[in-house]
Design a protein around this ligand. Structure first.
Ligand code: UDP
Ligand code: MG
Length: 324
């Protein structure tokens, strides 16, 4: 491909330890992209960019082999594992497509949907997200926790993220440029996408099982991601403590009046150890909790003020574009 030609579609694929998934992915997605036509019936230009997120297996070699077989398949390799959100950011910086489609390598999200997404884009939508019609392939606890998370996030945050939409979506260049201009280190992509707004449309699809390899997300990682998402999208967890503090203080004041009244009427009575302990422990707990939440935010401020790069590229495979 002419290195200066602007592809219609750039597919971004973050990969971590996925040596067996690269080849089947390129075969299937390549077929889908080859079949796409512009409104005049001509084939469209496309590229697939793999972002090797610090894999310790032969993923990089697999990407190189794929690039030798088809130069439209390119890649960048990060210097270590930066996490999927950072890998996606790296991808956005190294593609030039008029539209960009982030997708997982495990083909749980069917690439055949890209055609329908492109149709919506041609109708003038700048963001076309894929929505999972059912999540039956996810385990029940994962579905429940995901559901709970989307609710909590959308309840607390101004920027609503669409439920059951993963990172699989089609973004117009305008949207990509807005996201690239966001300076924060904390890259909770779903939140960044939501912040941008733009004209949005949804395409429904059924999510498949992972066919090769294994999931890279355990509950601890998902929990961290959820906290990242909430704290970056909303300050409600910080503000709520003023109200709780106000409520507790009001109750304490009422109780104080009650005690004073009782002392005046009935004199001093010494027992009261239990109620005292309850009050001390309860307030201590509430204070520690609020301090912890404060700490979550302060820690994030620290990370942001260091202004370190979001990712480090060690190596490029093929003719990648770099717009930084
Ligand atoms: N991934 C990544 N860096 C990480 C973890 C995952 O680039 O630190 C990639 C992974 O290779 C895959 C995608 O992110 O292409 C989604 O991961 P996975 O399928 O394991 O997540 P799940 O579908 O189970 O949520
Ligand atoms: Mg997956």
């Amino acid at each position: 491909m002419d290195p200066n030609a602007i592809p219609l579609i750039s597919v971004i694929v973050p990969v971590k330890d996925e040596e067996d998934a690269i080849q089947p992915f390129v075969a299937r997605v390549g077929r889908v992209l080859e079949a796409l036509r512009d409104p005049h019936g001509a084939p469209v230009l496309w590229e697939i960019l793999f972002v090797d997120d610090g894999s310790s297996d032969a993923t990089l070699a697999a990407i190189m082999a794929a690039n030798r077989a088809d130069p439209r398949v390119v890649g960048i390799s990060l210097s270590r594992n930066f996490g999927k959100e950072a890998a996606l950011s790296a991808g956005l910086d190294h593609v030039r497509g008029q539209t960009v489609v982030p997708i997982d390598v495990d083909l749980q999200d069917p690439p055949e949907v890209i055609g329908a997404m492109l149709d919506e884009w041609r109708l003038g939508h700048e963001v076309v997200f894929g929505v999972r019609r059912n999540r039956m392939t996810d385990s029940l606890p994962k579905r429940l926790t995901a559901d709970l998370y989307y609710r909590a996030h959308n309840w607390l945050s101004e920027d609503k993220i669409p439920e059951h939409a993963g990172d699989f979506r089609l973004l117009d260049r305008k949207v990509v440029d807005v996201i690239r201009a966001m300076p924060e280190r904390n890259r909770f992509m779903k939140g960044l996408f939501a912040w941008g707004g733009f004209r949005q449309a949804a395409v429904e699809y059924d999510r498949a099982e992972r066919t090769v390899g294994s999931t890279k997300f355990n509950y601890l990682k998902l929990w961290k991601l959820a906290i990242d998402g909430l704290t970056s999208a909303s300050t409600a967890p910080l503000r709520v403590w003023s109200y709780i503090g106000f409520g507790v203080a009001a109750i304490a004041l009422l109780y104080a009046f009650l005690l004073i009244g009782r002392v005046i009427l009935y004199g001093v009575d010494v027992p009261g150890y239990a109620s005292m302990m309850v009050a001390v422990l309860f307030l201590g707990g509430v204070q520690l909790l609020s301090l912890g939440i404060l700490g979550e935010y302060v820690g994030r401020i620290l990370v942001e003020t260091k202004r370190r790069p979001i990712y480090v590229v060690r190596e490029r495979i093929g003719a990648t574009s770099d717009q930084s």
